[in-house]
Design a protein around this ligand. Sequence first.
Ligand SMILES: Nc1ncnc2c1ncn2[C@@H]1O[C@H](COP(=O)(O)OP(=O)(O)OP(=O)(O)O)[C@@H](O)[C@H]1O
Length: 265
Amino acid sequence: MLTSLHPEPEILVDQVSMRFESSGQSVMALESVSFAVAAGEFISLLGPSGCGKTTLLRLMADLLEPTEGRVLVSGTDAKQARLARRYGIVFQQPVLYDWRSVQKNVELPLEILGTSRSERKKKAAELLALVGLEQFAGRYPWELSGGMQQRVAIARALALDPPILLMDEPFAALDEFTRERLQDELLRIWSRTRKTVIFVTHSIPEAVYLSDRVIVLSPHPGRLNTITEVPLPRPRSPEVREKPQFHQLVDDIRRRFYHSINDSA
Ligand SMILES: Nc1ncnc2c1ncn2[C@@H]1O[C@H](COP(=O)(O)OP(=O)(O)OP(=O)(O)O)[C@@H](O)[C@H]1O
């Protein structure tokens, strides 16, 4: 929720539309989507396949330019924000380099920037401790489980200490148990670093468990459907998933989504 404490949003998505033209086909991926995100908020982008979640994340990361509208990050455009390294990005697959050790994978963004070897080592050690993998610094990605690899990817995304973390279904490829454990891990990291997080997911319970607000998109064309505040107290722990208030929020989001789809059908 934006308050007078946050006069300028960290991220502003203002009347954004995105049309893709390919092979003679035109797809309206997003239509007039607007919302604002305050610094330090945890926001989920939720919705069925094809509603434009990844497109929206890519627009925020300046990997795409909107057909209409604008994305502002701390008052500057997305390109300036990218050049100022204000984002770390975590994808569905961890995209680690198999020939580099875990530590060397985390160090990579610092290496590209020309950070000294000792500084890189120190920072990588801190980040691996943050994600609970300090014992695995010398291992290689192929020696780790999928969940551990994703924690390495999170550590690497945090290497340049960006204020914003953009996460595109980072836990979708993991089994349910690992996924829930990593949700807790991410909340712990978030509470220690206070990044602004934009988290794309298909899962309503995952979005509710993690977020301050859940932004739901509906498909064809991708439109803003609802924004739901999640008033569950923090810090959140696994027992929250058993609480009636949690189930109520999950049901509300589901019901409002299906109502709106039926109303517009
Ligand atoms: N580069 C592209 N060229 C053409 N069409 C695209 C491109 N990228 C996305 N689209 C289309 O835009 C729409 C939104 O896609 P997007 O990947 O953003 O949805 P999504 O909600 O992230 O889906 P999913 O949950 O399956 O990942 C889809 O119809 C998709 O086919």
